[in-house]
Design a protein around this ligand. Structure first.
Ligand code: R5P
Length: 264
């Protein structure tokens, strides 16, 4: 792996801990003004000091993120669908490699829809993006998106993660599930988990804890942070699990005491 690729990856996954806290705010690319992201600049300002990297689209990056902020950018480069359509899998590449370089992206994120009507297209998009990333030393994060008709079990997610890694993704994002350790074992690239729909803070911390216990290198979490009533306390608690090795019980105690103190 060349120096640029290794250097960019080191900005995403800490070379010291081997772990990562990625803050995801790219939801608007198909969902529009997602709850909590109506004014994304205001949402992320207090959260960025606690995130290792920020995952978002170029439009939000250009319009609300101060270029002086030194956070590695995971740039979403696939899209072309909206929640108005039944089938979200018909994605294309939406950003050129030149623009990604211009935006100083540390990583390129693309969804794949294994088992969907557009499986082949999304997988060949991933392969092409990995070729472009290789040319310029930019790693690719494959997002194993789950269509309405697909189940989030270890068999399906394990298949999707393995295919993503085989096609060249340097990092793979998936969902936590029963038998998650097998999903990680079967994937030669580091795995991060998405948080999914907003759940109770206590449960979200257990989700993060179980994921790293079972082999994930960290989280790419969005709604369970920015839709919490206490987003700063939440990202700090998640970070303590991922980067400091605390348990979910310890992180929950910390969350509660910081919440009570109104710690920003
Ligand atoms: C899909 O909308 C995106 O790739 C999200 O970044 C991903 O699902 C992670 O966000 P959340 O934790 O809200 O699921």
């Amino acid at each position: 792996m060349d120096w640029g690729m290794r250097n960019r990856l080191a900005g995403i996954i800490s070379p010291v801990t081997g772990r990562c806290v990625m803050l995801a705010i790219d939801h608007g690319y198909f969902q529009g003004p997602t709850t909590g992201l109506e004014r994304p600049g205001e949402t992320i300002a207090p959260l960025l000091p606690h995130a290792d990297s920020l995952m978002l689209t170029r439009g939000v990056l250009r319009s609300v993120v101060d270029a002086n902020v030194r956070v590695p950018i995971v740039l979403r480069v696939s899209g072309g669908t909206s929640i108005l359509k039944e089938d979200l899998s018909d994605e294309a590449l939406t950003v050129s490699i030149e623009d990604a370089i211009r935006l100083n992206a540390s990583c390129l994120a693309i969804s794949i829809f294994v088992g969907s009507d557009h499986e082949r297209r999304t997988l060949t998009n991933l392969a092409k993006l990995c070729d472009e990333g290789q040319k310029y030393g930019i790693p690719v994060l494959a997002v194993t998106a789950v269509g309405k008709q697909m189940s989030r079990d270890a068999r399906y997610l394990g298949l999707a993660c393995r295919i993503a890694a085989e096609l060249g993704a340097q990092i793979v994002k998936t969902y936590y599930c029963e038998g998650f350790a097998k999903v990680v074992e079967g994937c030669p690239a580091p795995v991060v988990i998405a948080g999914g729909k907003k759940i109770d803070e206590r449960e979200a911390l257990t989700l993060a804890y179980n994921a790293v216990r079972d082999g994930a290198v960290g989280v790419d979490m969005g709604r369970n942070i920015f839709q919490s009533q206490w987003p700063v306390q939440m990202i700090r608690a998640v970070r303590s699990i991922v980067q400091d090795g605390t348990t979910d019980v310890q992180a929950w105690d910390r969350f509660q005491s910081e919440k009570d103190k109104g710690n920003k």
